[in-house]
Design a protein around this ligand. Structure first.
Ligand SMILES: O=c1ccn([C@@H]2O[C@H](COP(=O)(O)OP(=O)(O)O[C@H]3O[C@@H](CO)[C@H](O)[C@H]3O)[C@@H](O)[C@H]2O)c(=O)[nH]1
Ligand SMILES: [Mn+2]
Length: 367
């Protein structure tokens, strides 16, 4: 069985959008300019829509604030979080590209051990364009990488691998720790550069962080709903986790792969652990029930699309997690609203109201 050669990843500049949630000016883009300038940016401005967000010159972008979200989605805007980075999923909704890369505005270009600047976007593209190995673990890590291969005993019938849906990157400097860990280890910095990309095995969940993440929007986009957080919600900093758990059970069901590891970014800002604790604390004990729920999920074989899987999942969330707290009933409903919004914005015969609203486009853009 011939193994696909490791392609030199093409830039995909017309097939990928970069989605940035922000409450700040986007000066961080200056450091990314060599890697990002040829790509279209979708900036989701959170918080006060009257605030002006400065985007450095020379970038091609569209910027949406809360007024735009409300105008475009109408009542369905209720599923998009406000005053939380979860708002980024609006960018996933309105993009028209096959691939998405999302990054936080306090994430900068990191250097590998040789001192070379890491083109995180190119590595994500490489991860997404090469297969995953969710069904049988390759002990020499990514077999599709130059200088590596499948090891002895790896079934040849499985060496084609599976399509890769998600590429989960990591962080040097400030690691993505929860608040209790941040409080106990305030000075800990991640200095360990591990030169590896791993497929997360089928049947295994993982804590997906949204700050350095890429995915194939056509393969898994509708599952990338960053759950209801922020203003008016009892929980925060679990938006990306929720999306990751929903995504993983669906990629497992559909035979798709999720990778984690390279690329690294340099995470520069430690958010306030006390503020984070207030956001996270319910999640810290709720997740002791949430994880067994996701581990028990079996999706019907008739669920052959991400949308169908997601709707089935929302029913299970309402039934199994609803008794824990009314929040999960609200979240299950928001999951359905998200899919309705996805269909409205992305279906070929876009409904009139959405088409009109979209026609007005974002608050600001630069071509
Ligand atoms: O209300 C808000 C707050 C922030 N943003 C934007 O979202 C990202 C992340 O903001 P920040 O870096 O301040 O948050 P972190 O504590 O580092 O957490 C992020 O990292 C992950 C969890 O560890 C997850 O991605 C985030 O929770 C920035 O771009 C802010 O500008 C916002 O849109 N709304
Ligand atoms: Mn941050």
């Amino acid at each position: 069985m011939s193994k696909p050669a490791t392609p030199v990843a093409p830039p995909l500049k017309d097939e990928l959008d970069i989605v940035i949630p922000t409450i700040r000016n986007l000066d961080f883009l200056e450091m990314w300019r060599p890697f990002f300038q040829q790509y279209h940016l979708i900036i989701v401005q959170d918080g006060d829509p009257t605030k002006t967000i400065n985007v450095p010159e020379g970038f091609d972008y569209e910027l949406y604030n809360r007024n735009d979200i409300n105008r475009i989605l109408g009542p369905k805007a209720s599923c998009i979080s406000f005053k939380d980075s979860a708002c980024r999923c609006f960018g996933f909704l309105v993009s028209k590209k096959k691939y998405i890369f999302t990054i936080d505005d306090d994430c900068f270009v990191a250097k590998d051990p040789s001192g070379k600047e890491i083109n995180a976007l190119a590595q994500h593209i490489q991860n997404l364009l090469t297969p995953s190995t969710p069904f049988f673990f390759n002990t020499l890590y990514d077999p599709y990488r130059d200088g590596a291969d499948f090891v002895r005993g790896y079934p040849f019938s499985m060496r084609e691998g599976a399509p890769t849906a998600v590429s989960h990157g990591l962080w040097l400097n400030i690691p993505d720790y929860d608040a209790p860990t941040q409080l106990v280890k305030p000075l800990e910095r991640n200095t360990r550069y591990v030169d590896a990309v791993l497929t997360i095995p089928k049947g295994t969940l993982f804590p997906m962080c949204g700050m350095n993440l890429a995915f194939d929007r056509e393969l898994i986009g509708p599952a990338m709903y960053f759950g209801l957080m922020g203003d008016g919600q009892p929980i925060g900093r679990y938006d990306d986790m929720w999306a990751g758990w929903c995504t993983k059970v669906i990629t497992d069901h559909l035979g798709l792969g999720v990778k984690t590891g390279l690329p690294y970014i340099w995470h520069s800002k430690a958010s306030n652990p006390f503020v984070n604790l207030k956001k996270e604390y319910k999640g810290i004990y709720w997740q002791e029930d949430i994880i067994p729920f996701f581990q028990s999920v079996t999706l019907p074989k008739e669920s052959t699309t991400v949308q169908k899987c997601y709707i089935e999942l929302s029913k299970m969330v309402k039934e199994k997690l609803g008794p824990i707290d009314p929040y999960f009933t609200k979240l299950a409903d928001a999951m359905v609203t998200w899919i309705d919004a996805w269909e409205e914005i992305n279906s070929p015969a876009q409904s009139a109201p959405a088409a009109d609203a979209k026609k007005d486009g974002p608050s600001s853009k630069k071509k």
